[in-house]
Design a protein around this ligand. Structure first.
Ligand code: AMP
Length: 296
C-alpha cells in the first residue's frame, strides 16, 4: 500500500465532514491499508510532530484531527482563546507525515461533531477522578467522549497519544479495553525544550519571567527521581520535596504533586517498584503539567 516518499495531504485541503473522511477511509480499508490516527487540538509543535512521525513510519495512511473540543473545557477555562494556526499546522503535518502514503487532516467544526446536545458521555471511573480530574472535574469525560467519537468515525486504527498527558493516555487505554474498541493505543515519549520544559500549545501564554520559571516542573520531577534512586521510600517525603522545589519558584502557583502507581494511578505510600511522578502548576494564565517515571 505505501509508497515511501509519496506523502501528500489528500487533495491538499483538510477534510471537515465526517462523510468526506469516511469516504476516504473506506477506500483505504478496502485496499487493506493500516490507518494511524493522531488526535490533536491544533497549534502544533514538535511534540505533535513526533506522534505524526511515528504514525507515518508505522502506517500506510495517517489521519490527524484538529478539533478544539468544547466538552473538555470548563466554562472558566481557555476555550475561547485557545491558540489556533491552521496554515502553520498543515505545513508541520505535511513535513512530519512525509513517510506515509497519504495524510488526511480532519478539521470538523463544532456543529459537525456535535449537531445536537450531547446526551451520551463516556466516563472512565476512578482513573478520571484524581490529579487533572480533581482539578478539572469535567475534563476527562469530555476527552473520553470526543476520543470515543473520533474512534467510532475512523474505525480500526493505531492511535498515537503523548505521555505528556499520561493520565489521559491511561484513561484512553482503559476505555479501549473496557469497550473492546478495535484500536491499538500507542504511547509516545515527551518532547521537551532544551531547558527541560515539556512542549505544550499553552506555553504560548507564558510571559518572560513565567517562561524562565516554568522549567521548575522538570526540576521538581528530577528531584523526585533523585530521591527515589538514592533510597527514599516514603512517598510523602518525595511529594514534600517536589512541592518545595515548585514553591521556591516565584512565578509558579502549585496545583498538585503526586507519586502514583503507573497503571492504576492510585497514590502510593511506600515506594517498592516503579512509580510515576506528576506535577501541575500555573504560571500566570498558563496551567502546565508534567510527569516522568521513577524507579528505586
Ligand atoms: P493536544 O493538542 O494538546 O490535545 O495534544 C495532542 C496530543 O499530543 C496528545 O496525545 C498529547 O499528549 C500529545 N503531546 C502534547 N505535547 C506533547 C509533548 N511535549 N510531547 C509528546 N506528546 C505531546
Amino acid at each position: 500500500m505505501s509508497t515511501p516518499g509519496a506523502a501528500a495531504l489528500s487533495s491538499g485541503t483538510p477534510c471537515s465532514t465526517i462523510l468526506d473522511l469516511r469516504q476516504q477511509l473506506w477506500a483505504v480499508e478496502s485496499a487493506g491499508g493500516l490507518v494511524g490516527f493522531v488526535p490533536t487540538m491544533g497549534y502544533l509543535h514538535a511534540g505533535h510532530s513526533s506522534l505524526i512521525r511515528s504514525a507515518a513510519s508505522d502506517c500506510d495512511v495517517v489521519v490527524v484531527s484538529i478539533f478544539v473540543n468544547p466538552l473538555q473545557f470548563a466554562p472558566t477555562e481557555d476555550l475561547s482563546v485557545y491558540p489556533r494556526d491552521l496554515s502553520r499546522d498543515l505545513e508541520l503535518i505535511a513535513e512530519a507525515g512525509a513517510t506515509a502514503d497519504r495524510v488526511i487532516v480532519f478539521t470538523p467544526t463544532v456543529g459537525e461533531m456535535y449537531p445536537s446536545p450531547v446526551l451520551t458521555e463516556v466516563s472512565v471511573g476512578v482513573l478520571s477522578g484524581t490529579m487533572e480530574g480533581a482539578s478539572r472535574p469535567t475534563h476527562f469525560t469530555g476527552v473520553a467522549t470526543v476520543v470515543a467519537k473520533l474512534f467510532s468515525i475512523i474505525g480500526p486504527c493505531r492511535a498515537y497519544f503523548g505521555e505528556k498527558d499520561f493520565q489521559q493516555l491511561a484513561i484512553i487505554e482503559r476505555m479501549v479495553t473496557d469497550l473492546s474498541m478495535p484500536i491499538e493505543v500507542v504511547g509516545c515519549p515527551i518532547v521537551r525544550e532544551t531547558d527541560g520544559l515539556a512542549l505544550s500549545s499553552r506555553n504560548i501564554y507564558l510571559g518572560g519571567s513565567e517562561r524562565a520559571g516554568a522549567p521548575v516542573l522538570r526540576a521538581a520531577l528530577d528531584e523526585g527521581v533523585r530521591l527515589i534512586a538514592s533510597g527514599t521510600r516514603d512517598a510523602d517525603d518525595v511529594r514534600n520535596a517536589m512541592s518545595e522545589v515548585i514553591s521556591g519558584e516565584a512565578s509558579a502557583v502549585l496545583d498538585y504533586v503526586e507519586v502514583a502507581d503507573p497503571r492504576s494511578l492510585a497514590p502510593v505510600d511506600q515506594i517498592d517498584g516503579e512509580v510515576r511522578l506528576f506535577v501541575a502548576a500555573a504560571f500566570g494564565r498558563a496551567r502546565l503539567i508534567d510527569n516522568c517515571s521513577a524507579t528505586p
